[in-house]
Design a protein around this ligand. Structure first.
Ligand SMILES: [Zn+2]
Length: 223
């Protein structure tokens, strides 16, 4: 039976790690809209060219165009048994567009998507971002709070200087997350009402989250 997953969660919620684990165990392709758009542009397709014309001007790619690109991707052979959509939809407007897509691609199945929401406390997310450092040479990512570095300015892998991204300040992070939560709150509500949603406590250890996630899939499918 086909299994469709929709992963919702703010940056830093660990949703990427869980996607990779699920994708590795079950073989479902991981589709995140950012990479998908970049691939489409690189492929030189009609849609890619059009999307690029918006991106070049620093504009958002129109929702209809994104939908078309996503639909084409979901119709590919490797999505036959299922897929993981990561970072889409992000608003109720996009959810409506996705409903249309699913209606079309699932017309012969009775698949109900598993929607997972990675719940993290905003204060914790902000703290994580503010404590994030990256190596200016090899790009390794560090968290000063959890990693206990002897020298907080030096990369342990290559000796490069550790830097803090300019927009990793408390104020910017706070603003970014507020926008995110405001935008996704109605989306969470929508999927919850439909009975598609499972909330995962993303502050738990990685393996525990994964166990909760895969456990929830089974109940969902059996019910
Ligand atoms: Zn380094």
């Amino acid at each position: 039976m086909k299994q469709e997953f929709i992963f919702i969660g703010p940056p830093g919620s660990g949703k990427g790690t869980q996607t990779k684990m699920l994708s590795a165990e079950y073989g479902f392709p991981h589709i995140d809209t950012g990479s998908l758009l970049r691939e489409e542009v690189a492929s030189g397709s009609e849609e890619g060219k059009l999307a690029n014309s918006f991106m070049e001007q620093g504009q958002l790619v129109p929702i209809e165009l994104v939908s078309k690109i996503i639909k084409n991707r979901l119709l590919k052979d490797d999505c036959k048994n299922g897929f993981i959509l990561d970072g889409y939809p992000r608003s109720t407007e996009q959810a409506a567009a996705l409903d249309e897509i699913l209606k079309e691609i699932d017309k012969d199945t009775d698949t109900v998507p598993n929607v997972f929401y990675f719940e993290v406390d905003k204060t914790k997310l902000v703290e994580r971002l503010v404590n994030r450092r990256s190596c200016s040479v090899c790009g390794a990512i560090y968290n000063l709070k959890t990693m206990n570095l002897e020298d907080e300015t030096k990369c342990t892998k290559c000796g490069g200087k550790l830097i803090r991204r300019e927009d990793d300040t408390e104020e910017v992070a706070e603003k970014r997350f507020t926008t995110y939560f405001n935008q996704t709150a109605p989306l969470i509500e929508l999927y919850e009402k439909r009975g598609w949603l499972t909330k995962l406590d993303a502050s738990l250890p990685i393996d525990t989250i994964y166990k909760n996630l895969t456990g929830a899939i089974k109940t969902h499918v059996n019910s």
